[in-house]
Design a protein around this ligand. Structure first.
Ligand SMILES: N[C@@H](CCC(=O)N[C@@H](CS)C(=O)NCC(=O)O)C(=O)O
Length: 139
């Protein structure tokens, strides 16, 4: 099943993520696949930079890809996007306590991803990298 509508993005959903990578965007792609929802993958680096924190100073800046866009609405943070789409597409359990358990699983999965990234991207955690992140938050 092919859910990405890379030609037209007819549904209005656009998923901004780094070219050639499954990464965190894959969790969002899986939700679109589950409900057969078309979307457009946007992997143009210039577009990604435009939509990321370092170039935004107003509103609610998106920290880093993946970023979901639908019209004027943009949303970042993978677990939040998953929760948003889960609710929108009726994938959340009916019972309130089950919804909280689903949220707990969502948060746990993304904690594991973050731990894995520390190993995979360990080379990034230099003084230079931390300083650049710190400056972005002061900006
Ligand atoms: N907590 C964020 C983390 C986002 C994140 O770190 N994205 C990575 C790719 S998976 C990224 O674009 N990093 C760019 C950078 O750190 O400069 C989320 O869950 O979406």
């Amino acid at each position: 099943m092919q859910t990405a509508d890379s030609e037209s993005g007819a549904s209005g959903y656009e998923l901004y993520y780094w070219p050639g990578l499954a990464g965190r965007a894959e969790f969002i792609r899986l939700i679109f696949a589950e409900v057969n929802q078309t979307y457009k993958d946007v992997d143009d680096i210039a577009e990604l930079e435009k939509i990321s924190l370092s170039t935004q100073s107003e509103g609610f800046p998106n920290f880093a890809p993946p970023v979901l866009k639908n019209g004027d609405f943009t949303l970042a943070q993978t677990p939040v996007i998953c929760r948003y789409l889960g609710a929108k597409f009726g994938l959340m359990p009916e019972k309130e306590t089950d919804r909280w358990i689903a949220d707990q699983l969502n948060a746990t999965v993304h904690d594991f991803i973050a731990e894995g990234c520390l190993v995979f991207h360990a080379k990034n955690f230099t003084d230079e990298y931390c300083k650049s992140i710190y400056l972005v938050f002061l900006h």
